[in-house]
Design a protein around this ligand. Structure first.
Ligand code: OGA
Ligand code: MN
Length: 294
């Protein structure tokens, strides 16, 4: 008799708040419906899944991503792979394999992932999630931390919950450029990616659960607050989100693939020695609906 999906999939929780290691999947092969369903359920339960030893090519990585939705093609050329446009290169090595210095604009932009954020929150319809493949992983740092925003919301003091309920924060792609002291966006770039207002408390479209929704690298305004008050509030919420009880920290091995849900988590990467190559390839799952206020 064939083994059932649940017998084949080995799931090992990595932290009390979130994260599980999953074995028994080969990303180079298509998923059948029963395996997809089981995996999706595990993803919704653990928020961040780590798949060790996935020797995928970029094309296989993209093909696996398609099970979960359309892969996003990033709107800027500097980070997009030249060969496979669905691959977003989180790397200090350029497309030709050359190490870039820390003051290179691409490296400066990528380095902003050292601050807590959730991906593409500056889109009217932000992405669902992402899958990051460790191609050349770091030994001097470069660990990725994830926080469970359902648990963070639940743990907020009532006074903070009241402050953010029914309130929206602005998510502005251009804010990133200010933080990284990169050249400001051109009027064309600004028009292509205008800032959006997102609810600070959201309801997950699949699980129905409530979470905090902020993305500090993009948040430049909060409804009804002065710039100073907005900054203080976002910093206060970020500090709570970063408490170790909510955070799983992933130490990478080559060919790990880590998949996260951007609707209920934030992440950041720890610094690493800039002389060390770090090559990470990401696919991003295009979102299907605007953020739902809770
Ligand atoms: C990302 C990101 C962190 C890392 O891919 O969206 O923020 O560890 N990456 O490289
Ligand atoms: Mn990111």
């Amino acid at each position: 008799m064939a083994t059932s999906v649940t017998e084949r999939l080995e799931v090992r929780p990595l932290h009390p708040a979130l994260g599980a290691e999953v074995r028994g999947i080969d990303m180079r092969r298509p998923l059948d419906q029963a395996t997809f369903d089981a995996l999706h359920e595990i993803w919704m339960r653990h928020l961040v899944l780590v798949f060790p030893e996935q020797h995928v090519s970029d094309a296989e990585h993209v093909a696996f991503t398609r099970h979960f939705g359309d892969p996003e093609i990033f709107h800027q050329n500097i980070i997009k792979s030249r060969r496979v446009p669905e691959i977003f290169r989180v790397s200090n090595v350029d497309d030709d394999g050359n190490l870039m210095p820390p003051d290179h604009p691409t490296v400066k932009q990528v380095s902003l992932a050292q601050f807590w954020h959730t991906d593409s929150s500056y889109r009217e319809v932000p992405c669902t999630g992402a899958l990051l493949h460790g191609v050349e992983t770091s030994r001097t740092g470069g660990e990725t931390q994830f926080t469970n925003m359902y648990a963070v919301y639940d743990a907020l003091p009532d006074s903070l919950k009241q402050q953010i309920h029914g309130r929206r924060a602005r998510h502005n792609f251009g804010h990133l450029h200010k933080l990284a002291s990169l050249r400001p966006l051109t009027p064309e770039e600004e028009a292509a990616m205008p800032p959006v207002w997102q609810p600070m408390v959201r309801k997950h479209p699949v699980t129905g659960r409530t979470s905090l929704y902020i993305s500090p690298i993009y948040n430049d305004e909060v409804e009804g607050l002065s710039a100073e008050e907005a900054k203080t509030l976002i910093a206060q919420l970020t500090e709570i989100a970063a408490e170790p009880r909510f955070v799983y920290r992933h130490r990478w091995s080559p060919d790990d693939v880590v998949m996260w849900d951007n609707r209920c988590t934030m992440h950041q990467v720890t610094p690493h020695d800039p002389r060390e190559r770090r090559v990470m390839h990401r696919t991003t799952i295009v979102g299907t609906e605007p953020v739902l206020a809770a």
